[in-house]
Ligand binder design. Structure first.
Ligand SMILES: [Zn+2]
Ligand SMILES: [Zn+2]
Length: 368
């Protein structure tokens, strides 16, 4: 993907611009650049950019995410897909007979929530249930989400007469162009609240702090984002809930390092055990496990414990554990130790540092 231009500069507004400023800037640019009135291919390219920028910055949750992560927030922030809706909302009437505008619904889905959880290494490996506290919005209990004071109903919008749109007529080189834009009073719904609910002020939702139980599946990795659908904020006037996005941070482990679903660690082995062979205790996520080390094991030898890694996300299979032997070379700490090592060297003919012997040993390493 090419580098993403700054969305605010695409719309020509400052970072702190209000929602209204953003909407106004978008409409102005969209009118200039829309393919129906401007057949310059460059204008079309810019129109797409402007539309994508508006889609992100007009959605509070996405805008917040964009402000936090800039262009790093992933492809979801740039939904070029459903531009048709926006065309139609703003340019539906009178242009080339195109009249497929879908009427905006009175309700709108609630905002998504973004929350971070910190997990221990083991919790990420085996999964865990976390109780997540979130400041959210819940359906108003007084009006059951309708926004109307109990006993009252929605009435027809007094500004647009219930059509949901305001017609504009303008002259251009193509003749008279009629455009329709959503009514600002009723947000294009054609209806307004006659008596707003006294508890929620007509929003149909009220602030609430909620504890949301989230089951983190086994096998998640640091930086992963999980979506819990329907656990975000309640929408305006019963518009359905947004989603909850849980971003996962995993603490490092003192012994293991994770490579995908495999685990790696180092196992220090004293030289004498490495030479003589031994049964050693190897750490695993489920406690220690005894493993036989063959006599003469070399430093760097990797022991594989099948199925002792981390479970694959959503599957039962597990990765493996790879243990690298690190032979610890002793430094003699007493006369007796020194004498024994010297005796051993003598027996093995390793006493004399003659070059012929060294080259011979190197050859043996290269060509076994
Ligand atoms: Zn209410
Ligand atoms: Zn209206």
């Amino acid at each position: 993907m090419a580098s993403i231009p700054d969305l605010y500069s695409v719309l020509g507004v400052p970072r702190g611009a209000s929602d209204e400023d953003i909407r106004r800037a978008y409409r102005k640019l969209a009118r200039e650049l829309h393919p129906d009135v401007n057949d310059d291919p460059e204008a079309e390219r810019r129109f797409k950019q402007v539309t994508a920028a508006y889609q992100t910055l007009s959605d509070p949750a996405r805008r917040r995410q964009y402000d936090m992560f800039g262009g790093q927030a992933g492809p979801d922030l740039f939904p070029f897909g459903d531009m048709g809706d926006i065309f139609d909302v703003f340019f539906g009437g009178g242009l080339g007979g195109r009249r497929t505008r879908t009427r905006p619904t009175r309700t709108r889905r609630g905002e998504d929530l973004f929350i971070r959880v910190e997990l221990t290494f083991e919790e990420a490996a085996f999964g865990v249930r976390k109780e997540i506290r979130a400041d959210t919005l819940e359906e108003c209990t007084r009006c059951s989400g309708s926004g109307c004071e109990p006993g009252t109903h929605l009435s027809r919008c007094g500004r647009c007469g219930g059509t949901g749109e305001i017609q504009d007529v303008s002259r251009s080189v193509f003749g008279t162009v009629m455009t329709a834009r959503p009514c600002t009073r009723c947000q294009g719904t054609g209806e307004e609240i006659a008596a707003p609910c006294s508890r929620c002020g007509g929003e149909g939702r009220t602030p609430a702090e909620r504890t949301i139980p989230v089951d983190i599946p086994a096998g998640v990795t640091d930086g992963m984002e999980l979506r819990v659908s329907g656990e975000g904020r309640e929408g305006r006037r019963g518009g359905g809930t947004g989603d909850l996005y849980v971003s996962v941070r995993v603490a490092p482990h003192p012994v293991f390092e994770r490579r995908g679903q495999d685990l790696v660690c180092a196992l220090p082995v004293p030289m004498t055990q490495a030479a003589l062979g031994a049964e050693v205790q190897i750490p695993t996520l489920e406690g220690e496990e005894a493993v036989r080390i063959e006599p003469g094991v070399e430093s760097g030898t990797v022991i594989k414990l099948r199925g002792k890694g981390v479970p694959h996300l959503g599957r039962r299979a597990r990765g493996d554990l790879f243990v690298t032997v690190v032979v610890e070379t002793p430094r003699p700490e007493s006369k007796e130790e020194r004498a024994l090592l010297e005796r051993l060297a003598e027996l093995r003919g390793e006493r004399q540092q003659d070059n012929g012997g060294l080259i011979g040993r190197l050859r043996k390493l290269v060509k076994p």
